[in-house]
Write a protein that binds this ligand. Structure first.
Ligand code: ZN
Length: 664
């Protein structure tokens, strides 16, 4: 609650400025209005003007400023001159990654004595339900050109836009406050500060040196700070709705064209919101291609056919609702989506749709069942998670109908030149598909291996969460992925080194296979509700795989992994604590934290409580959070309950903190 009180203290001079005239605008109109900002009055000279919001203090030292309008509404001001900011860095959890990302983005901001300071020469400061200081004074210098240039630069932000933030805010929380400052400084320093009722964040913008010159204007955001308001970091952020069911048809021709019709059941969690915010891919670059692929809704309607207004930009979709939401009263929306999104990486005869190929909530609200009819031009063969309802060939198309009956976080579909064989044992079907030619020997071995792994996981994690598991070869090396009911595994798994089971576990591929199959427990059955909780998926899958290797092959591979995790922990631990791993801009340290330090913490806890209690904890956690989102808070609580010890200090020091435990 600290942040709220700070913000309210500052904004005590505020006067509510939002105007009811805006209330009827739909999503598309709102985005258009906030996109086309204009200077609203003559520039005036300003000096020593201070604007404070939460942890941020902006000082407009000296220069000129003018008001900024979105349509007829004044929403803020634009400043050119000499300015500086101070942002509180008194936050031990995020201080390491603040510093690391400042270095990584080569930002000129510095942290000293608990304050991050920076400077700027241009600032656009916009706010709703917050009144900014009045602009008074003698005439200043003209701002039109600088303002136009500033807007053009900031519209290249690929991750957030003022227009989307303010439009979303008007649709979902019009009575709450929002503040956004877009700062440009000497050199390449660019910053975005944004605060609303739930979060406060400071972002440093950075660019890539793309080969494609047209893309060099693109800005990406490094999170320097993100702080929850009105809750702790251990709590899940509030969210407006749950996507509880999706019913789709997917048609793929023999080119790149994808056509999806998805009917979504949305269950609002709050009353009175006028729109929904989704993630939906709008464009994507295939490697080696200069022209992006596009994907967009052709129409969005209610289930009785009424068209709904929407806006779709930078993978964000805002949709106006036909009437304000009523909590717990489900509504159905139908999306007709088209584009050339079927990307065959490296020219392979295969494509893979992982997420946001239908509109998805960004947050813990993604908990959906799925029913799909997938029609793919032969000879491509489709795979998707869930129970197979039918698999037939109709008029030159291979058709698969499947259903996932439990709430999941990812619904993925793939198709390609695949040949497969399946094996059923009891209620469980394992289906392995090799890329290109049918590799019967490898398929049969992988099927058998998967059953062995599942059997062991059932012993210590409980019943396997899916009735069918599809293991699909990716025609490259060194990676894996595991959405519900699917395991993607690269080609080395299909090569002849796969020999009888004891030899199988000698190489990394078996560890990877064990890791990917474990994701059906960690990630699918127990979901992770936010990027801060991703270790619940990756670190737990990794540790489960290590236990499996230990069971099948004795202590040697487990000890090898342990040494590996320890080395990774030692290399990465000072960069960020585990929950903030996804803020790291370089992938190496992120990987070391989630796949190294995370399992190392679990190994330390395992050693501390012993086999019996640790395995009881793992199984109980799976049981308690089956088909739910888990949290680290629950991990500490349940382990504490099972082992009758208080693990809060352990998690404070090693999970929220950057220390590495001693494991003797
Ligand atoms: Zn994984």
């Amino acid at each position: 609650m600290k942040h709220i009180s700070r913000i309210l203290a500052f904004f005590s001079i505020a006067v509510v400025s939002v105007c009811c005239a805006a209330a009827e605008e739909n999503a598309a109109q709102l985005v258009a209005r906030y996109d086309n900002l204009s200077l609203g009055g003559p520039p005036v000279s300003v000096s020593a003007l201070v604007i404070t919001s939460g942890s941020m203090k902006l000082t407009l030292g000296s220069g000129s400023a003018a008001s900024v309008k979105a349509g007829d509404q004044v929403i803020g001001m634009f400043f050119k001159g000499t300015g500086s900011f101070e942002y509180s860095a008194k936050d031990n959890v995020e201080l390491p990654i603040m510093k690391a990302n400042l270095r990584e983005t080569k930002s000129a901001g510095t942290v000293n004595n608990g304050v991050l300071s920076g400077s700027f020469t241009e600032a656009l400061i916009a706010a709703q339900n917050v009144t900014l200081p009045a602009l008074e004074g003698p005439a200043g210098s003209a701002l039109d050109d600088t303002f136009a240039h500033h807007r053009a630069i900031l519209k290249n932000d690929q991750e957030s836009l003022l227009s989307l933030s303010f439009a979303a805010h008007q649709l979902t929380a019009p009575a709450q406050r929002i503040v956004r400052a877009e700062l440009r400084g000497a050199g390449d320093d660019e910053w975005v500060y944004e605060a609303d009722q739930n979060n406060e964040k400071l972002l440093a913008l950075y660019t890539y040196q793309f080969d494609d010159r047209a893309r060099r204007v693109e800005r990406y955001e490094a999170v320097i700070s993100e702080r929850p308001i009105g809750r702790t970091r251990a709590d899940i952020a509030p969210y407006d709705y749950v996507l509880s069911a999706v019913d789709y048809t997917l048609e793929a021709g023999d080119g790149n064209d994808l056509h999806v019709v998805a009917t979504e059941t949305i269950t609002p969690r709050v009353n009175g919101i006028r729109g929904l915010v989704f993630g939906l891919t709008d464009l994507q670059y295939a490697s080696g291609e200069k022209t992006p692929r596009h994907y967009t809704p052709k129409s969005i309607t209610t289930d009785d056919g009424k068209p709904l207004a929407f806006a779709h930009r930078i993978d964000t979709l805002l949709v106006s609702l036909p009437q304000p939401s009523m909590a717990a009263a489900p509504i159905k929306l139908k999306f007709d989506l088209r584009g050339d999104l079927l990307i065959r990486e490296n020219g392979d005869n295969q494509w893979f749709l992982r997420s946001e190929w239908f509109p998805e909530p960004h947050t813990a609200g993604m908990a959906t069942t799925a029913h799909g009819v997938i029609r793919v031009k032969a000879p491509f063969v489709p795979f998707a998670g869930g129970k197979t309802i039918r698999r037939v060939t109709e008029g030159g198309y291979n058709v698969l109908e499947t259903s996932i009956d439990q709430p999941v976080h990812f619904v993925a579909v793939t198709a390609g030149k695949y040949a497969y064989e399946e094996e059923k044992r009891g209620n469980m079907t394992v289906r392995t598909a090799s890329y290109g030619q049918k590799n019967v020997r490898a398929i049969k071995k992988i099927n058998a291996l998967a059953f062995d792994m599942i059997q062991y996981y059932e012993y210590f994690l409980g019943p396997f969460p899916m009735d069918e598991l599809n293991i699909v070869e990716l025609n490259s090396f060194g990676s894996g992925q595991a959405p519900a009911g699917l395991v993607f595994i690269t080609s080395e798994a299909f090569q002849p080194l796969l020999e009888p089971i004891n030899q199988l576990f000698s190489e990394g591929i078996n560890e990877r296979m064990a890791h990917e199959i474990a994701h059906q427990y960690w990630g699918v059955a127990v979901r992770w509700p936010s990027p801060e909780e991703q270790w619940l998926s990756e670190s737990f899958a990794e540790y489960s795989a290590a236990l499996l290797l230990k069971k099948f092959q004795g202590g040697a591979p487990y000890n090898r992994l342990l040494a590996h995790w320890k080395a990774d922990s030692n290399e990465s631990h000072t960069v960020a604590p585990i929950p903030l791993a996804n803020r790291i801009t370089d992938e190496f340290n992120r990987t070391k934290l989630l796949y190294g330090k995370g399992p190392y913490l679990l190994a330390a806890l395992h050693k501390q409580v012993g086999d019996e209690q640790f395995l009881t904890f793992m199984k109980s956690y799976q049981k308690s959070f089956h088909n739910k989102a888990g949290t680290t808070k629950d991990v500490a609580g349940l382990l504490g309950f099972v082992a009758k010890q208080d693990f809060k200090p352990f998690f404070e020091q090693y999970y929220w903190g950057t220390d590495v435990p001693e494991l003797k």
